[in-house]
Structures are given as structure tokens and as C-alpha cells.
Design a protein around this ligand. Structure first.
Ligand code: SAM
Length: 900
């Protein structure tokens, strides 16, 4: 059986590689021109030339999403096919974009060749991340299976050398020195002169890191950065860093700061975990004097909670490092994912969203730009709120001036104040309370107190949205009490592993980060990340019930929506309504201490501590393109274009500007190099909106939101909501019409896209883009369980082809595809055990809305191995390729979001 399991894991790796390679190949086809000088040709690592033949008629036949097995793909005799079925034969040479090389540093602070940018961007593509997760999980499991157990134990028991050496690497600024040395690297004798440490020591530390793929030993005793060490580059020069006044972490992506923080007090605290919990090990393990007592207190021999300690004299550098280090953790969540985490568009006009512990308003800013019908109150400690006001004044003062957003200094351990919004004499009712990465900062009893304050101020309609990591179990997650009368917990994921695979159900090493973070919170604050059950039980203690969960894509971050229920009697009597916490006891996560002594209560925690406030607002890129489900490649997450970048010691803040407005006369086929958005909306009813604009389909019927530059020239406030009550065809020579015959047939059911009715013309003008549109292209959109619910509705079921037909037809009738000759097919994926399925099948619709039918899938292997409960829609170009203006990439996750 072990061999069978190993072979199955091995096959999984091959399949995942196929998936990744296919995405890279498709992207190469999308981006390359049929000339020999494609940008990808300049890759340092050799790229593989493939031959592509001219499209054949049969390519337009229903080619299933066939993939070439990894081994077969290596055979020169095997005809290659891309994901959209295009065969890669002779006529045209296409250089295929390679996966980023481990040996090749990609410094966040440098400008790169377009191909490297593209390769890095694709590595952040959600489908690539999902596939790499399977590879990492399988490799970890194969290693654990075949490696001698003692050696695996040695790896675990002596892994402490890794953070120790990593700390050295970062703190000695060796990364910056190796960057200056270039790809040939630097001999340890020279490095020794710079860092003033004996070369023998240096060589051995760097070799340990090289053995773990964190640096590279180019030749004996000569070391260079690689793709992993390079992301710690601060961008400062070694000379700059020698100056004591230099703040290494200022204006960086925060990764070096994060490494420094993790390998300093967090690492040291972790090493005292057992000593803290087991009195037999250490006299210092006696219970603490406050409920946040943790291994940190034992390690640093202090009774102060972490943040209080951080603010003591002597810890200034650590305190200063904390903010940037938090910025460095941004990648834990897919940027902007909160937009899809809650049905914001369903909230009524003027609804008030209160971001509790909202920092300087990063989340609120993203939401406020995306959902102009909502108002925001951002609550945090007064000094954080002050920073927030200053930051918003600089970025979008009109949000504050108009009363759409306001900051409120408030201690969340005290009862919620009445919400008086600017220009209003009546207190507003809170529609949604957000708690984003707040609960993981606190032990259970503290969280209960925070939640209780919100519960007491809630109306029956108020929702609570908790955004935090949701820890999966390490085993298949069965119901603890299958006989229970209770409804099963919404959002319960029983396994993340592909169905039937031998992988650890939580994907083991691939998801280790959530568990690292969990224990980091534990050893530092006596806090924790929580499983869904733990969170459900905790919120219930304060009178909330989780009713919906949206899991992050390829991340353990999730969004839990709760509604008010009765407050349990035990909680009411333990927590007064005035803010005093009674009976909060020490130590354990449940607030029960060994001695049962009453310890310091939450309100005694000073309000002026750091508490992990983030220091950065979302980038303009993130605000302008908040499409978390987008299948378009994202920029590598540490390379946000508008984040300040330090170059050679000089901080360069990229211009805060939108792309220039296209001259109105520029139409199709002109100025191919111009970098501008691919769509402009031109409508007689809004003659002044001819600027770069982007359409987000919202669920509200016949409402199109346009993002355009603010009229005052500010680049940040992009919002304009335009109500188009009726939209219909209006002939124009080179315009594709925003009109869909199929759309109206779904108007009365739950629709994927807004139902547009006949009315005045609204036209989409095609803009030239870097990529030629006259070729094969495909785009895959995945629909999670939440969206799938729509497909089971009676309207969807009764439409031709059932739910899948409905989905395919809606996709094919997306305005940008109508008349383009493109087709869409939808396929369902077998769901997980215990989760309701839609019948497996496949439906196809062409963009005229004519032919549709349901077919059994011919090949579902690679997708079904994802093991997720979802459907996919694939949009393909027609025989003639996609027509200009029907660029499928523009039909992106935004419309999927609208479906929620
Ligand atoms: C980890 S940060 C999360 C910030 C923000 N929600 C986000 O998603 O980036 C925790 C926040 O809780 C705030 N906080 C800590 N104690 C607080 C208190 N007693 N009252 C209000 N806010 C508090 C901190 O200032 C900090 O901004």
C-alpha cells in the first residue's frame, strides 16, 4: 500500500506540474507575437521553443479540457495542446514562458525584464498557487514517508538553526551585499571583511541556508542570492546600511522586517513553550499574572504583556520594526479578498459598516471604493484613528468630507457608542461589524468581551463579519456528533486534499503557515488562530451564530458571517454591560487558569499600545483592481506598483496617477503600444465619461458601476455609480454592443450577470492592447459553492441544459462576447462527501445564445483531483478568434463576485 500511496503522490505532482505548465503556455500564447523576437526569448534560463501550427477548423469543435500528462509532454512525438485546445505545431514559433528559476534572484526593488515580471506574476495566479500547494503537500509527504524517521526527527529537532542563521543573514545585511556582488556571488573571505565575522563561520551558516534553498553556493565558499533570499532585499545599498541612522525597513515591502521580528523575539519565545506550560520543566512556568501570560514572558523574564514590553525603553528598534513587519505579512491573504467575503452589494443604500479595530482603515478604503452605496465607521484606539484620518486626508479627503467615512477612537472592550454620522442627528444602526485579524490577537475571554459589546449594540439585522485564518484539522473533518439535531456548521470543509488522494487532508506543509501563525499568537499573547468549530463556539458565547463562511482561495484565510442570537445567561452574568470584565481568569485559551485566581481584566490593558496596527493603506492598484477571484495573473504580491520602492538608497514613490486618458480619436488598431485600459465606456447619457473606465457587474440589475478618475484630478477616488435603467443595442461600426439576447431570458431568475433590458445605447469601444486579440484564448472561471447555489435554483434548473447550461449561457452572453463567435462551456466538479452536488456534466453555449446541450465530460481527471465543490466555466474563442473588444480576460472575477 505504501508504494501505491507514493506513486499516487508522485502522479499528483506530475498532474499539478501539467496544470502549471499549461497556464504558463497559455499565457505565452496570449502574450507572444508570431515574430521570432518575443520578449520571452531573453530569459536567462533557456526557454523551450514550441512550434505552433495554424489553427484548424476542427479546433473549434468541442475540445475537452484535455491535458497532456507530464511525461508525455516531454515526448517530441506527442502533439502539444494548450488548455484551450490549441495545438502547438509547426508554423509559428512561440517561446514558452518558464517558471521562475530558484537560482535567479528577482529583487523586489529592481526593474525587470517583462518576461521575468510575467513569470513572477503567473506564479501568483490562483490556479498556479493551488497546483503548487498540491506539489508542496505531496513532496512533504513523500519526504516524510521515505526519509529515515530519525533524520526527519533531527530535521525537526534541530531546525532552530534555520531561524538563527536566517536572522544572521538578514541582520548582517548579507542579502544586500550579495545583491551588489551579482550572480557570480561573493567569496566568504570578502564577505567577512564587510560583516566583520570570521569567514569559516560565515561559510557554514550560509551553507546551511543554501542546503535549505535559501541562498546558493555558486562555487566552494562563494555564495549568491537566489529567488528566496532576494525577496528580503531592502533595496538599500550596503553603504547606506552601515550608517547607524539608516532605517533599514522604511519604505520596503516589510519582508526583511518580518524575518527579523520572527527570528528575534518570536523565535526566542517559541523555544520556551514547553517550559511555560510544564511546571516540571522550569520554575518559571508558574502561571502568569495576566490572561495574556505566554512563553514570551518566560523567555524574556517579564510579566508585561508583549506590546507593553515592546514599548519599554531599550526596545525602540523592535517597536519601530513591528509596523513594517506587519506590512510584510500582506501576502497571507489574497489582496482584496474581503470584497468577495460578504454580499456587500446586497446591503441597502447608506448602510453603515463599522470596522472594529480597523487600524488606519485599509480594509474600509478598499470597500468604500468598491461599494459606493455604503458608509464606513473605522474604530480603533485614538492614536491609530488619528493616523488613519491623516492617511485618508492625503489619499481621498472627499470620503471624509462627504461623510462617507469617519474614524472613531474607541476601545473595543467598552460598550459601543451610538453611531452619529456627520450631518445626522439620528444615531445610525450598524449594518455590519467587521473584525478583521482582531480575534486572533486575543485569548477567548477577551474575544467574548469584544463580541459581546458588539452584540449588545446590534440590531436584529446587524451582521458580524470575522476575517481571520480558519485552521483546518490535520485529519478528515468528520462531524463530532453525527447524531446531533443541530444544523451542520456552514462552510465546513472536511478535506482540502483532492478526493481519494493520500494527501494529508489539510495539505500538510502547503498550509503550514496558518499553524506557524497560530502558535506565534499563542507563544506571544496566549492568543490563537481557531478552527471553524472553535470560532463557532466562541461567537456563540457572546450571542452570535455563524451562518456563512467564505474560504479564501488557496489560503486558509476565511470570512465568517454571524447573526445575532440570544446572549447566553452565563455570559451576561460574567460580563457586565459597563465594560467591566468579571471573572476573567488566567492562562488557558478558555480563560480558565490553574489556580482560578482572578487576573487583570481587558479594560486594564492600556489603550496606547501598538497592538499590531498596520501602517500601510492599500495600494492604488489594489483599489482600482479589487477582483479577488480574477483569473488574470496578478503582480507578484510584493511588487505593488504604487508602493514606495527604495532604489539604491533613494526612495522612489511611483507617481500616483491613472493611465493617461486616451485621445477620443484613438480607436481600434492604432497606437498598439499605448498602455491604457482595454475598455472605455461611451454613453450619450454620460457624455463626460470617456475616460479609462472599468465595468464591474453588480448583482443589482441594470446597474453598471464605472470607475473613473475623480473630477478634481485626484487619482484615488475613482467611483461613480451610474444607473442605467435600460441598456440596449446601438449600431456602430467598430463597437461591440453591450447587449445580450440571452440576458433577458434569465432576468427573472438569479442571474450570473446583471439582467440588462432594452433601452438607450451603451457601447464598448475596443482599444488596442499589447496582445493581439485575433487568436485563440481561453479563460477559466471557477464558481465556488456559494455561487453554485444559484445554479440549483428552479429557474436555472429549468433552463436548457439545467444549471450548467444556465451558467454557460450566461457566460456566453456576457456583453463582451456577444457576436464574437466565442463559446463558453460549463462543467461541474464532483463535490466533497457530505456536500450537495450538482450533477456532473458539461454544457456549452455559443455567444449567439443558440446551440446548447449537455454532455458527459470526456475527461475530468485533472480538475476532479482538485476535489472542490465547484463548477468551472471556460470561455473560448471562436474559429475566427476573438473579436476585438471581446477580450475574455476582461470578463473577470468581478462578475463572479456579483453573483454572490
Ligand atoms: C492586527 S490589527 C488589525 C487591523 C485591521 N483590522 C486590519 O485588518 O488590518 C489589530 C488592531 O486592533 C486594534 N486594537 C487593539 N486593541 C484595541 C482596543 N482595545 N480597542 C480598539 N482597537 C484595538 C489595534 O490598534 C490594531 O489596529
Amino acid at each position: 500500500m505504501t508504494f501505491a500511496a507514493l506513486r499516487s503522490l508522485y502522479a499528483l505532482i506530475g498532474d499539478a506540474l501539467d496544470d502549471i505548465e499549461r497556464i504558463y503556455r497559455d499565457a505565452s500564447l496570449d502574450s507572444s507575437s508570431p515574430t521570432p523576437t518575443t520578449p520571452y526569448a531573453v530569459l536567462t534560463s533557456p526557454c523551450t521553443p514550441y512550434r505552433r501550427r495554424a489553427p484548424r477548423a476542427e479546433d473549434d469543435d468541442e475540445t475537452e479540457d484535455e491535458y497532456v500528462p507530464y511525461s508525455a509532454a516531454r515526448s517530441p512525438k506527442t502533439p502539444r495542446r494548450t488548455g484551450n485546445g490549441a495545438s502547438l505545431d509547426s508554423d509559428v514559433t512561440v517561446n514558452v514562458l518558464d517558471f521562475p528559476s530558484l537560482d535567479m534572484p528577482y529583487y523586489p526593488t529592481e526593474e525587470h525584464d517583462q518576461s521575468l515580471d510575467a513569470a513572477e506574476s503567473l506564479a501568483s495566479h490562483p490556479d498556479v498557487i493551488a497546483a503548487t500547494n498540491r506539489i508542496v503537500a505531496a513532496c512533504g509527504q513523500i519526504g516524510a514517508t521515505v526519509h529515515r524517521p530519525f533524520l526527519t526527527l533531527c530535521d525537526a529537532a534541530m531546525a532552530y538553526h534555520l531561524p538563527a542563521c536566517l536572522r544572521f543573514l538578514e541582520a548582517s545585511h548579507t542579502v544586500e551585499l550579495l545583491r551588489a556582488a551579482g550572480p557570480d556571488g561573493m567569496h566568504v573571505s570578502e564577505l567577512s571583511r564587510h560583516v566583520n565575522v570570521e569567514e569559516g563561520k560565515l561559510a557554514h551558516m550560509l551553507r546551511l541556508l543554501a542546503t535549505h534553498h535559501i541562498t546558493r553556493e555558486v562555487r566552494p565558499n562563494v555564495f549568491a542570492n537566489n529567488r528566496i533570499s532576494a525577496i528580503m532585499d531592502s533595496g538599500k545599498t550596503p553603504e547606506d546600511l552601515r550608517r547607524p541612522s539608516q532605517d533599514k525597513y522604511e519604505s520596503t515591502n516589510g519582508i526583511a522586517a518580518f524575518v527579523n521580528l520572527s527570528t528575534d523575539e518570536l523565535f526566542k519565545s517559541a523555544s520556551y513553550l514547553a517550559d511555560c506550560y510544564l511546571p516540571t520543566l522550569s520554575p518559571k512556568s508558574t502561571e502568569g499574572v495576566h490572561a495574556m501570560h505566554a512563553p514570551f514572558n518566560v523567555a524574556f523574564d517579564t510579566e508585561l504583556p508583549y506590546f507593553e514590553w515592546l514599548e519599554r525603553p531599550g526596545n525602540e528598534a523592535r517597536l519601530k520594526r513591528f509596523g513594517p513587519a506587519m506590512t510584510g505579512t500582506a501576502a497571507w491573504e489574497v489582496p482584496g479578498a474581503i470584497i468577495g467575503g460578504f454580499p456587500w452589494h446586497e446591503l441597502k443604500e447608506g448602510s453603515v459598516v463599522v470596522d472594529v479595530g480597523g487600524g488606519i482603515g485599509s480594509t474600509a478604503m478598499l470597500l468604500a471604493h468598491t461599494f459606493p452605496h455604503l458608509k464606513f465607521v473605522i474604530q480603533d484606539r485614538p492614536q491609530v484613528a488619528e493616523h488613519g484620518v491623516a492617511a485618508w486626508r492625503e489619499r481621498c479627503p472627499e470620503m471624509l468630507d462627504s461623510g462617507r467615512a469617519m474614524f472613531l477612537g474607541h476601545d473595543f472592550f467598552l460598550p459601543q457608542p451610538a453611531l452619529f454620522l456627520p450631518n445626522s442627528i439620528e444615531p445610525a444602526a450598524p449594518s455590519v461589524y467587521i473584525l478583521r485579524v482582531v480575534t486572533h490577537d486575543w485569548p477567548d475571554a477577551f474575544v467574548t468581551k469584544i463580541l459581546l459589546n458588539l452584540r449588545r449594540a446590534a440590531t436584529p439585522d446587524t451582521k458580524l463579519l470575522i476575517a481571520d485564518h480558519i485552521l483546518p484539522h490535520a485529519c478528515y473533518d468528520e462531524d463530532e456528533d453525527a447524531a446531533s439535531e443541530e444544523d451542520p456548521l456552514p462552510g465546513m470543509v472536511r478535506s482540502l486534499a483532492p478526493q481519494g488522494s493520500p494527501l494529508l487532508p489539510n495539505l500538510g506543509k502547503a498550509n503550514a503557515n496558518a499553524y506557524w501563525l497560530d502558535l506565534t499568537m499563542r507563544v506571544t499573547f496566549n492568543a490563537q488562530e481557531r478552527t471553524l468549530r472553535e470560532m463557532a463556539a466562541l461567537v456563540q458565547t457572546a450571542g452570535w451564530k455563524i451562518v456563512d463562511v467564505v474560504h479564501g482561495e488557496s489560503s486558509s484565510f476565511g470570512y465568517m458571517t454571524a447573526v445575532p442570537i440570544d446572549i447566553p445567561e452565563a455570559t451576561s452574568s460574567s460580563f457586565s454591560s459597563t465594560g467591566t470584565v468579571m471573572n476573567v481568569k488566567a492562562s488557558g485559551a478558555t480563560g480558565r487558569g490553574r489556580s482560578g485566581s482572578v487576573l487583570s481584566a481587558p479594560e486594564s490593558i492600556r489603550m496606547d499600545h501598538t497592538f499590531g496596527s498596520h501602517t500601510a493603506l492599500p495600494t492604488e492598484d489594489a483599489i482600482r483592481k479589487p477582483a479577488p477571484k480574477s483569473k488574470r495573473p496578478l503582480l507578484p504580491w510584493w511588487r505593488s506598483k504604487s508602493a514606495p520602492i527604495a532604489k539604491g538608497g533613494k526612495v522612489v514613490t511611483p507617481e500616483k496617477k491613472l493611465p493617461p486618458l486616451p485621445p477620443p480619436e484613438v480607436g481600434m488598431g492604432k497606437s498598439p503600444k499605448a498602455r491604457r485600459p482595454k475598455l472605455s465606456l461611451i454613453t450619450p447619457s454620460m457624455p463626460d465619461i470617456r475616460s479609462p473606465a472599468r465595468v464591474l457587474h453588480t448583482r443589482s440589475n441594470s446597474k453598471v458601476r464605472i470607475l473613473s478618475p475623480g473630477t478634481n484630478g485626484s487619482s484615488t477616488c475613482l467611483q461613480d455609480t451610474v444607473q442605467f435603467p435600460r441598456v440596449s443595442a446601438g449600431p456602430s461600426s467598430d463597437d461591440t454592443l453591450l447587449q445580450s439576447p440571452l440576458m433577458s431570458s434569465f432576468a427573472d431568475g438569479p442571474t450570473l450577470l446583471p439582467a440588462l433590458e432594452p433601452g438607450p445605447p451603451l457601447k464598448v469601444r475596443a482599444r488596442p492592447s499589447r496582445t493581439s486579440l485575433k487568436k485563440k484564448a481561453s479563460q477559466v472561471f471557477e464558481f465556488t459553492k456559494a455561487s453554485m447555489a444559484h445554479l440549483r435554483s428552479p429557474t436555472a434548473r429549468e433552463s436548457p441544459g439545467g444549471g450548467l447550461g444556465h451558467l454557460a449561457a450566461a457566460a456566453a452572453s456576457t456583453p463582451r462576447l456577444v457576436g464574437s463567435g466565442a463559446s463558453a462551456s460549463a462543467m461541474s466538479i464532483p463535490s466533497l462527501p457530505g456536500v450537495e452536488e450538482s450533477p456532473p456534466g458539461r454544457a456549452r453555449a455559443d455567444s449567439e445564445g443558440g446551440k446548447m446541450g449537455v454532455r458527459e465530460p470526456r475527461k475530468m481527471r485533472s480538475r476532479s483531483q482538485l476535489g472542490l465543490a465547484h463548477a468551472t466555466v471556460e470561455v473560448r474563442a471562436g474559429r475566427a478568434g476573438l473579436r476585438d473588444g471581446a477580450r475574455v480576460e476582461n470578463w473577470d472575477g468581478a462578475s463572479v463576485e456579483g453573483d454572490r
